[in-house]
Design a protein around this ligand. Structure first.
Ligand code: F6P
Length: 341
């Protein structure tokens, strides 16, 4: 079989581990030819590809980012994007495609499957917001990075008697904020799914100072106040129409300082959450996803995504996985609220 593989959307730790697993299983067990496309759907549209043999994937397991490069190219935002993809796949003799991505990349994958391309998707995103899988790889690493930052901020915050606001990624889902905040013992966690009351945040901050310690407030980039608008650093949008988030951390720190009279600073973790080596959990999950994607293609599947259910890797329709985002349910947020203040 001749299998094409691509990585689309924001990079995340574990992408190279999937690429390695696809090649090791495809070449090693089935004698497949594996072709890597550069920079997501752009590379497929332009037939910009590189052969991936066993030597090409040596040493990839712990390496962050993606050796194939990535982009947020949306072929369906172009008049002839899908036709160019079909023509390129035909010209290169690709029998099956393994797109590794989040809701956008896999949304394109689903449409291509409907157009007759044999596609098995692999879910990735640090945001953990893809539905139909318990976890995406990349999330655990991002949470680890954010938790370590929070641990460090506790000691410097206490020393200077300041409030520290930590802005984390996650777009419209609060999973990173929730898990990093719980793991790091944050005093307030603010997520997009639960608009926050500024007065309540101020009360928690003052309560924490009154106990002799300094508060750490973890805020998701997509969180917003009940009576406010989304804070945006820029008005820019990507090819899938997503607005670029960012700026809530500094805005909230300024508000807390104004309302409490206590010095408040913001730390925006940004892309540091996406870079570097994957955690053990993400290495194993990414590897199992890659193996399962090759199995699914050889089983004749198409229009599916490999997914984690409990400890099993299963196949779910791409249409189900991309129909809606997986958001933090209220009961999970209620667990975190026990520790506020
Ligand atoms: O989807 C992953 C993610 O890191 C989001 O958490 C964040 O909003 C977005 O990508 C940032 O994208 P970019 O790196 O293109 O600005």
């Amino acid at each position: 079989m001749r299998i094409g593989i691509l990585t689309g959307g924001g990079d995340c730790p574990g992408l190279n581990a999937v690429i390695r697993a696809v090649v090791r299983k495809g070449v090693g067990e089935h004698g497949d030819d594996i072709i890597g496309f550069r920079d997501g759907w752009r590379g497929v549209m332009e037939a910009d590809s590189v052969p991936l043999d066993l030597a090409a994937v040596r040493g990839l397991l712990p390496r962050g980012g993606t050796v194939l490069g990535t982009s947020r190219t949306n072929p369906y935002a172009l008049d002839d994007g899908a036709d160019r993809i079909l023509a390129a796949l035909d010209r290169l003799g690709i029998d099956g495609l393994v797109p590794i991505g989040g809701e956008d990349t896999l949304g394109v994958a689903g449409r291509l499957a409907d157009a007759g391309v044999r596609v098995v998707g692999v879910p990735k995103t640090i945001d953990n917001d893809l539905d139909a899988t318990d976890y995406t790889f990349g999330f655990d690493t991002a949470v680890g990075v954010a938790m370590e930052a929070i641990d460090r901020l506790h000691t410097t915050g206490d020393s200077h008697h300041r409030a520290l606001v930590v802005e984390v990624m996650g777009r419209h889902a609060g999973w990173i904020a929730l898990h990093a905040g719980m793991a790091g013992g944050a005093n307030v966690i603010l997520i997009p799914e639960h608009p926050f009351d500024v007065d309540a945040v101020v009360r928690h901050v003052e309560h924490r100072f009154a106990s002799g310690f300094s508060p750490i407030i973890v805020v998701s980039e997509g969180a917003q106040a009940t009576d406010g608008d989304l804070v945006l650093a820029t008005g820019q949008k990507d090819a899938f129409g997503h607005v670029r988030l960012g700026g809530m951390g500094p805005a909230l720190a300024a508000l807390i300082e104004e309302r409490t009279g206590r010095e408040s600073r913001a730390v925006v973790l940004g892309h540091v959450q996406r870079g570097g080596t994957p955690s053990p959990f993400d290495r194993v999950l990414a590897t199992r996803f890659g193996l399962a994607a090759v199995d699914a293609l050889h089983a004749g599947e198409t229009g599916v995504m490999v997914a984690l259910r409990g400890t099993d890797i299963v196949r779910v329709p791409l249409s189900v996985a991309t129909a809606k985002l997986k958001l933090v349910p209220p009961e999970r947020y209620a667990e975190a609220e026990v520790f506020f203040g």
